[in-house]
Design a protein around this ligand. Structure first.
Ligand code: BGC
Length: 784
């Protein structure tokens, strides 16, 4: 045989193999994918006599009963295949490849669709990610949630939600995945930036207004990642062990809070809890979420790796698999036909999806949604305001800040991150704004011709030192970017990045830079960029000022300049404890197969063990000073179902106007069961002019102080003396204290004080904030 002949044979065999491979792949995809038959481009709307989505009246508020009736009618028209089709995302091979690999810069550039049914004219869910804005196209990039949480400003969250809702609608979406409320158990968590902080009460208080702002625009909000998703690198495999009290008191209250406030959907997380993947976890989905809390929306999986066993997942209460029918595909349909999944399970899932689609996609819009709403002036100004409100001043020796523009001739700006558009993670939460004002640009623009801004990236220590020495003040920008912390995205060909932090300290080069530069100029300020606590023990005594700026969004640089020069007085406070020693944190293993989440973390752990944090939860300085006085309670005794009014005077004792976050904690010094030393149960932000004093009032319901009794599956309040602590941080020295007793008296309903309390916990929210028309009424006395 000649060489040519061999080559020809070889090419022929190879060609045949490739053809067989492609055919096999196509067959496999066809077999495992149910979408084609019900959503083909050739499908026409059903003819006369068939009830379709288009027959539901538009532009009017339907009652929950009407919504149910229409959902039932539609369900009655659907074939089994059509029902199963509703239960998964519509992403097709091309979309999958694009989503997973080709160009991550285009991830979620258009909405991810789910459940488009042409015959019955059922519109798809159109999903866009968040939380720092809208993932689609080029949208407004707000500061990350952790930064916004540090504002402790509910109204700000609502306004950000409102802007996000508008931008989603203007770009064709109707479903928002940016309500991330996982609890920050350990600051190394890679996605810490996507959530609001370490405290369950605060998480709920911040997320509810964000959700309301978004949902107001008929965009369904999705609370994620349910549940116990606080380790990133191991997120696809880690099994979280947790006892029932810890689960109910620490890791779930914020989810319950969003459910009660009417969140449309919930996303299950990738990790396992007590042995089952969360997308297949009957206890979390069916028992807790749907039965105990009466959630009426739908549950969708996290993307791609959220479900492994479709039959198990459906039975466990998962309603939608995203973004494609990987498990809820053709074999699943066959399993349903064989009776492996009861038909009622399918009907229930589809009913939930249809209910939300009917509710959100037929009711009147509050406004028109034009493309010019996206990155509008109003929204970028809001992004700047959010950045300003969230920055936390941690140190300000000798009143170094604010800098005086009129006296400053030369400003040295030092550090690589000063000149980087660093808005945070490059995973699913990434937003692609049309521009980003970096710290350097913000300072240059702010100072204009009035001062000389000298920039050194810090690579050359001698030059950086020289620049610092010659300047009137020095701003060193240090911290992290998407390579240090973020979403863990393992698949090829995208290189691994993100994941959990490997250290809580700054990079050694940055520590060296700070330690070298700071002695050159006593007016040195470090601006920190990152998604949660950064430890500063090696250098914090060397510098005059420290400002935690987080990932501050597209207008972060503008906000930074306005804070440093005093146009804005800082008012942010930490929503995460910054420890002085990493051993003061709960155990954390980014590669864990299994881990136990304990009852204590953050400030509750520090309080319990007597650890002294470097900067405590709730801490943040201002350019002015505040004085708390005259703490008084409305009663010395309160019934277990009673309400206590707490009043305190807060005065601005400085010469500048400023805003103060007033924090209320409840202490449990006489508890008979193990309780934290104190728990946050109220906060508000007050604006005070120089010398001005205001009286702040909180309402605390005794039932907010309940603990979960796993034996009785019930919430209980103890009839003992409790403490009310009010002040400007969680540090004992910053808190005024008063006591009251929860009585043993019979309640209005005639129950004894240690009776079940049922409705956990939500101080400082009035019934008026409930937005879900179909949320079950709170029923004191029910067992959970
Ligand atoms: C993330 C989710 C996100 C989803 C869709 C997943 O990898 O964990 O938070 O919503 O992708 O973008």
């Amino acid at each position: 045989m000649t060489f040519k002949k061999v080559l020809r044979w070889f090419v022929t065999i190879l060609g045949a193999l490739i053809v067989v491979l492609i055919a096999g792949l196509a067959l496999y995809i066809w077999l495992s994918y149910p979408k084609l038959s019900t959503d083909s481009v050739f499908t026409r709307p059903a003819g006369h006599g068939v009830f379709t989505f288009a027959d539901i009246p538009r532009g009017q508020e339907l009652t929950p009963q009407q919504i149910d009736q229409y959902a039932e009618k539609l369900l009655g028209e659907m074939t089994l295949k059509e029902k199963v089709h509703q239960m998964s995302g519509d992403a097709w091979l091309g979309d999958l490849v694009r989503l997973l690999t080709i160009d991550r810069n285009k991830y979620n550039d258009i909405a991810v669709l789910a459940g488009n049914n042409r015959r019955l004219e059922i519109p798809p869910l159109a999903f866009s990610d968040g939380p720092r804005g809208v993932g689609m196209n080029h949208s407004t990039c707000f500061p990350v949630a952790m930064a916004r949480g540090a504002s402790w400003d509910r109204d700000l969250q609502r306004r950000v939600g409102d802007a996000i809702g508008q931008e989603i609608r203007a770009q064709g979406g109707n479903f928002y995945g940016g309500l991330c409320i996982n609890l920050l158990r350990h600051p190394a968590w890679g996605r810490a930036q996507e959530t609001y902080g370490e405290d369950p009460y605060l998480l709920g208080e911040m997320a509810v207004p964000l959700m309301q702002g978004v949902q107001r625009h008929n965009v369904m909000g999705c609370a994620k990642h349910y549940a116990l998703n606080s380790i990133e690198t191991a997120r696809f495999k880690v099994d979280v062990r947790v006892d029932e009290r810890t689960l109910r008191e620490v890791y779930l209250p914020h989810f319950k809070r969003l459910v009660e406030a009417g969140v449309a959907a919930v996303m299950s997380s990738y990790n396992k809890v007590r042995g089952d993947y969360c997308g297949e976890n009957a206890y979390l989905l069916r028992k807790v979420l749907k039965e105990d809390w009466g959630f009426r929306g739908f549950v969708m999986s996290d993307f791609f790796y959220g479900v492994y066993d479709g039959v198990k997942a459906a039975k466990a209460g998962l309603d939608v698999e995203m973004p494609a029918a990987l498990q809820f595909g053709r074999p699943f349909l066959a399993a349903v036909e064989r009776g492996e999944v009861p038909r009622e399970v399918i009907d229930e899932a589809v009913r939930r999806i249809l209910r939300r689609k009917i509710e959100y996609l037929t009711r009147p819009d509050p406004m028109r949604y034009d493309a010019n709403l996206v990155v509008s002036r109003e929204h970028t100004e809001l992004a700047r305001e959010a950045a300003e409100q969230g920055m936390v001043l941690l140190k300000n020796e000798g009143g170094l800040l604010p800098l005086d523009k009129s006296k400053l001739k030369t400003l040295a700006v030092i550090g690589r991150l000063a000149d980087v558009a660093d808005t945070g993670d490059h995973g699913s939460s990434r937003v692609f704004p049309p521009y980003v004002v970096t710290p350097l640009e913000g300072l240059r623009r702010y100072l204009g011709a009035s001062a000389n801004v000298v920039y050194e990236n810090g690579a050359d220590l001698a030059r950086a030192k020289q620049a610092a020495k010659a300047a009137d003040a020095v701003v060193i920008v240090a911290g992290y970017d998407y390579r240090d912390e973020g979403e863990y995205i393992p698949q090829a060909p995208v290189p691994e990045r993100g994941g959990d932090r490997t250290s809580l300290m700054l990079h050694p080069e940055e520590v060296e830079l700070i330690r070298a530069v700071a002695p050159e100029n006593s007016r040195s300020i470090v601006v920190l960029v990152g998604g949660s606590a950064i430890m500063m023990e090696e250098w914090k005594d060397k510098v005059g000022g420290i400002l935690m700026a987080w990932y501050s969004g597209m207008e972060g640089g503008t906000a930074l300049a306005r804070i440093l020069f005093g146009d804005v007085t800082p008012s942010g406070k930490l929503t995460v404890t910054i420890p002085s020693d990493p051993s003061h944190l709960p155990p954390f293993d980014p590669h864990a197969d299994s881990i136990e989440y304990g009852y204590y973390h953050g400030y509750t752990l520090a309080d319990k063990k007597g650890y002294k944090p470097a900067f405590p939860f709730g801490y943040g300085l201002s350019y002015t000073t505040f004085k708390y006085s005259n703490l008084r309670l409305s009663a010395a005794q309160v019934a277990p179902d009673g309400v206590l009014a707490v009043t305190v005077d807060v005065g601005n004792t400085g010469a500048r106007a400023g805003e103060e976050v007033v924090e209320l904690y409840v202490g449990f010094p006489h508890a008979k069961v193990d309780r934290p030393v104190k728990l946050l149960r109220g906060f508000t932000k007050v604006a005070l002019g120089p010398g001005e004093k205001k009286t702040v009032t909180f309402t605390v319901r005794a039932s907010d102080l309940a603990y979960y009794d796993p034996e009785a599956s019930a919430w209980r309040v103890e009839s003992v003396e409790h403490e009310i602590l009010v002040g400007g941080s969680s540090r004992p020295a910053d808190l005024l204290k008063a006591s009251f007793r929860i009585t043993e008296a019979r309640t209005a309903q005639g129950k004894l004080s240690e009776a079940l309390t049922g409705d956990w916990p939500a101080a400082a929210w009035s019934p008026g904030t409930r937005s879900d028309r179909d949320a079950p009424p709170a029923s004191p006395g029910t067992r959970h």
